[in-house]
Ligand binder design. Structure first.
Ligand SMILES: N[C@@H](CCC(=O)N[C@@H](CS)C(=O)NCC(=O)O)C(=O)O
Length: 206
């Protein structure tokens, strides 16, 4: 199976961590979703990574659909609960972390991709408000727990971990460790997992 993605994309990282946790082999094909010459549109009309390409060339996106599919491929280390209500709660946390990233990425793109005179401070503020509100909600929900939901490691922890680390990597001024010390402790534990270490965007080995 081929995963079209990148080392720095937090959504690609979420999928790569799932492959590692599930012990499922895959091939990473590097593609930059922001590159104007990207050939991504041939497999995903939205032009976004990650996109999983099945052996029959059928594409699967977006990241939450891919991880759901991967989890069902093997009984090893289930990342989604079987019970539908628990599953919905876990997927809601995943959606929250993904939504935080969508907002943070929009704010960053506004800064780095548009000429200064065309940048909208109101737009950036709106997006960063979503980032802060999501961080608050995640922090309140996790409290002092080791895991986000049900005292078990799930896709919610993977998605939240990828979002927190991407903020450190690309928007360090957010300083979520200072405003939410409990998330600092939570992420310090998570980041010791080999799946997180192997996919660290600063020194990824795969
Ligand atoms: N909801 C999508 C988000 C994917 C996404 O935004 N990917 C970024 C890279 S991190 C991208 O390819 N952006 C290109 C674009 O929006 O044109 C998912 O979870 O897969």
């Amino acid at each position: 199976m081929q995963l079209v993605g990148s080392i720095t994309s937090p959504f690609s990282r979420k999928v790569r961590i799932c492959f590692i946790e599930k012990c499922i082999p895959y091939e990473l094909l590097i593609e930059d979703g922001w590159d104007v010459n990207t050939k991504l549109h041939a497999i995903n009309p939205l032009g976004k990574i990650p996109c999983l390409v099945l052996p029959n060339d059928c594409p699967i996106f977006d990241s939450s659909v891919i991880v759901d599919y991967i989890d069902g491929m093997s009984e090893i280390n289930l990342l989604l609960p079987q019970l539908s209500l628990d599953r919905a709660h876990v997927k809601t946390f995943e959606a929250l972390a993904d939504g935080l990233l969508d907002a943070a990425i929009l704010a960053r793109r506004e800064r780095i991709s548009r000429p200064l005179a065309e940048q909208s401070e109101a737009w950036i503020e709106r997006q960063m408000g979503k980032v802060q509100a999501s961080l608050q909600c995640i922090s309140d929900s996790i409290g002092a727990s080791e895991y986000c939901y049900l005292n078990m490691f799930t896709i919610a922890d993977i998605a939240i971990g990828c979002a927190l680390d991407w903020l450190d990597f690309r928007l360090p001024e957010v300083q979520w460790r200072t405003t939410h010390p409990n998330l600092d402790i939570y992420f310090s534990r998570l980041s010791l997992r080999s799946s997180f270490l192997m996919t660290d965007p600063r020194k990824a080995t795969i």
